[in-house]
Design a protein around this ligand. Sequence first.
Ligand SMILES: Nc1nc2c(ncn2[C@@H]2O[C@H](COP(=O)(O)OP(=O)(O)OP(=O)(O)O)[C@@H](O)[C@H]2O)c(=O)[nH]1
Ligand SMILES: [Mg+2]
Length: 211
Amino acid sequence: MSLAQQPSQPGAARVGIGGPVGSGKTALVEQLIPRFGARGTALAVITNDLVTKEDAERLRQSGLIAPERVLAVEAGACPHTVIREDPTLNLDAADTLEARFAPLDLILLESGGDNLASTFSLELVDYWLFVIDVAGGGDIPRKRGPGVVQADLLIINKADLAPHVGVDLDRMVAEAREIRGDKPVIVTNCRAGEGLDAVVDRIARDVLFDE
Ligand SMILES: Nc1nc2c(ncn2[C@@H]2O[C@H](COP(=O)(O)OP(=O)(O)OP(=O)(O)O)[C@@H](O)[C@H]2O)c(=O)[nH]1
Ligand SMILES: [Mg+2]
């Protein structure tokens, strides 16, 4: 790693994962944990749910990660507020994890499911992914929501469902690429674990500065 590439802040890289309700954000986290583990990346996770700790409990019980490395933030009725306008709760959770498990390499922050306009504060994260899914409709990229347009990495998940919901996946991907210019788009199937190595490689390269 060259000095010029090193992150300016010491500590763990913070990566946000946003996207509509049910698009597969937690399923993505479940796929990423063992892959980063295999690379030796020291990892912790923050989940945001509206008024429960559902996703945190799911991850804690998954056997994929030590339960104490998962913290839950209750986002209230507006999940975007705690990742954008006032990310204090998430910043505190990230600081707590860093202090407890130093040195951490990476913290994944899953937002509560939200709409296509949700984006992350760059005060909170160094990089963020937006997860949409094929079953949500092939026209989602064309709607140019800020999440789809601005995210550092767009994930189009549930590729396996395309034939079942009448979506032309190639067209959906082509439209997403056109709208996003140079920024990456990766197609995944988080049920079968497809496309995930490319996601890990991207994050490792762009965020951990580790080829
Ligand atoms: N067929 C298929 N199902 C998937 C895929 N990824 C996730 N799912 C299913 O989609 C549903 C929602 O997945 P979650 O990971 O809970 O979605 P989420 O985005 O975390 O949901 P919220 O946190 O509630 O917004 C679950 O039933 C998953 O099993 C996929 O690639 N293909
Ligand atoms: Mg979830």
